[in-house]
Write a protein that binds this ligand. Structure first.
Ligand code: GTP
Ligand code: SPV
Ligand code: MN
Length: 601
């Protein structure tokens, strides 16, 4: 289906922010010649342009207007039901050799993939508008900051990119007109939203991304997983920094001592929630602030790691978000938010499973069908999302725009594990920590298309996002450690361990402050711990559990390690390393031997 262009399109002064850089103009003309759009719209990121695009989107049913008293300046979008999450099986890393992409990525030879994509893009924008989105990833004055351009035929993408990135004039200014400047080329076309013609392709050597056939999230907001992680990780290795799937948060004690920690959890495993944590009442005077909720770019300065959040907004999981679980997120999404695939109530408010209060007696579900509490289907899709500016977050860290970044005291890995993995433990040193990251696993979630709840290895939460050979990625982590004179301590957490009745053993959310506090104590050299074969483990009295309604037996269970389960786990680590076909650095293979040996001591 094509959208007819309106009679006067666009009004004067809108859609004409042409970049000065000739290299960008040449590329846009090349893509326009291929896709044959009716108009080219050069986005400037202004308020006026945004209002115009929202009005157009409402006219064309791309957006649904919400109750403006309840959720001011907020809208609902429903994606095609065949297009509701990232698609890992359609995601490719196209490097000259298969070896460069490594054993964990789908690979295609670049010229073959370019030819296939050009075929799909031929005439794809006929009768449509081609939008050119200039955007900047990272604070204005950071040496890590990158400029990208995304060409898209989706207004929804433009509206989301304006929230998620620093979009428009600011990026054009940063790029300047040097024809040799580094910038990312991103091309996106909806085509006919057909899973058979859905490809998310990365060409790291060309700093290029081409995405076709989807209109959803990480598949099409090319700044995010595609540039900031897949292309980013490739650039990071060649340029000596790190691009990681990590939230970044600040923790300040009542005495005013502040630490920053970065944490890598797989998709839908608690990054946004942890980044916005509100300490329980018992932690009077403690403050947690958000630098980022999904992606961390880190560089070495004076022998320490410093992190920036390259993004400008949050693309967060909606279901389960409530004033009880995450008040900061609720305040953030109370206005100026785009909701995707949640339910619409009869008074044009939004609703989802897990929202505070009773379910509405009637609503329209994410597919546009009638819904009542008796319905078997969920009202909101499990991977329904909010897109909201980070400025909406009441707990936004004051150094979020600091170009040098914030110094990282601790790195945390974590996943969704019903068994085996304790609530928290600490690596003995950097290389052991890299091993924890390399062998971490998690139950799969609705954030990616496919089976939910299956345990899979997801090294550093980067399995779907590492833009090159995973073995070299592990080596890059080991090399970074060698360059640090003051290494962050490395931890592993698991909020999701379950008891015999399949109930979560740990209350999670705000109560995760108790774990965070132990991590900070360890960084300050004050926290107690017991040496175990897998690392330093807190004993129950090392954690501050005051005023927490939790059974002592339960605490012992979540902090414990079961030798039989760990024998299985170590066997799984070996199977995983073996499956990578010899790319795993010897240091990590040795780490596994050492854990196994410690179990025999
Ligand atoms: P992506 O944005 O996909 O990368 O996900 P994320 O890592 O930011 O996860 P998010 O914080 O959105 O949480 C995902 C789901 O896990 C939501 O349904 C949360 O309610 C739930 N969750 C988050 N933290 C906890 C926790 O501490 N305990 C439990 N039981 N559930 C949690
Ligand atoms: C994730 O899957 O980790 C997300 C959602 O943050 S998406 O941006 O769609 O990749
Ligand atoms: Mn998130």
């Amino acid at each position: 289906m094509t959208n007819p262009a309106p009679a006067i399109f666009p009004p004067s002064g809108i859609g004409d922010a042409r970049p000065a850089n000739q290299a960008v103009l040449d590329w846009v003309h090349d893509i326009a010649a291929l896709t044959e759009p009716e108009n080219i719209f050069w986005c400037d990121g202004s308020e006026r342009e945004n209002e115009f695009l929202i009005a157009e989107s409402l006219n064309q049913n791309v957006l649904i207007k919400l109750n403006q008293q309840k959720v001011p300046r907020s809208y609902l979008h429903r994606s095609n039901p065949n297009d509701v999450a990232r698609v890992e099986q359609c995601t490719f890393v196209c490097t000259p050799t298969k070896e460069e992409a490594g054993p964990t990525n789908n690979w295609s030879e670049p010229s073959e993939m370019y030819a296939k994509l050009r075929g799909l893009l031929k005439g794809a924008m006929r009768g449509r508008t081609l939008f050119v989105i200039p955007y900047m990833m990272g604070p204005s004055d950071s040496p890590l900051t990158k400029v990208g351009f995304e060409i898209t035929d989706s207004k929804y993408v433009v509206l989301n990119m304006r929230i998620m990135t620093r979009m428009g004039e600011i990026a054009l200014k940063r790029l300047g007109n040097d024809p040799n400047a580094e910038w990312n080329r991103g091309v996106h076309s909806l085509l006919d939203i057909n899973p058979e013609r859905r490809f998310i392709c990365h060409f790291p050597q060309d700093n290029t991304i081409i995405s076709v056939g989807s209109g959803y999230g990480g598949n099409v907001l090319l700044s995010k997983k595609c540039l900031a992680l897949r292309i980013g990780s490739y650039l990071a290795r060649t340029q000596g920094w790190m691009a990681e799937h990590m939230l970044i948060l600040g923790v300040e004690s009542p005495e005013g001592r502040k630490h920053y920690v970065a944490a890598a959890f797989p998709s839908a495993c608690g990054k946004t929630n942890f980044a916005m944590l509100i300490p329980p009442a018992h932690f009077k005077g403690w403050k947690v602030t958000t630098v980022g909720d999904d992606i961390g770019w880190m560089q070495i300065r004076d022998g320490r790691l410093y992190a920036v959040n390259p993004e400008n907004g949050y693309f967060g999981v909606v279901p389960g978000t409530s004033y009880k679980s995450n008040p900061n997120a609720m305040k953030s999404i109370a206005h100026d938010t785009i909701y995707t695939n949640v339910a619409l109530t009869d008074d044009d408010d939004v609703w989802w499973e897990g929202k505070d209060g009773p379910a509405p007696s009637h609503a329209v579900d994410w597919r546009g069908n009638d819904w009542t509490p008796e319905s078997k289907e969920k009202a909101a899709h499990p991977n329904s999302r909010f897109t909201t500016p980070m400025r909406n977050n009441p707990a936004l860290d004051s150094d979020v725009e600091k170009g040098d970044g914030v110094p990282i005291s601790a790195i945390i890995f974590g996943g969704r594990r019903s068994d085996t993995v304790p609530l928290v433990y600490q690596a003995f040193d950097w290389n052991h920590g890299v091993y924890l990251g390399a062998t971490m696993a998690s139950e799969t979630t609705a954030a990616a298309a496919g089976t939910v709840g299956k345990v899979r290895r997801d090294p550093m939460a980067m399995l779907p996002f590492c833009g090159y050979n995973i073995g070299q990625y592990f080596q890059h982590w080991l090399d970074i450690g060698k360059r640090l004179s003051s290494q962050p301590l490395i931890f592993n957490v698991n909020w999701f361990r379950k008891g015999v009745k399949s109930q979560f053993l740990w209350p999670g959310f705000g109560e995760n402050m108790r774990v965070l506090k132990w991590i900070i104590d360890r960084c300050e050299g004050t926290g107690g711990a017991l040496k175990s074969p897998i690392g330093w483990l807190p004993s129950p009295h090392d954690l501050d559990l005051a005023e927490l309604d939790i059974d002592h037996k339960c605490v012992a269970e979540i902090l414990g390690i079961d030798h039989e389960e760990w024998a299985k786990e170590l066997a799984e680590h070996k199977i995983f390393f073996d499956s990578l076909g010899g790319v795993v650095p010897k240091q990590l293979l040795d780490q596994r031997e050492r854990v196994a040996a410690r179990f025999k001591e």
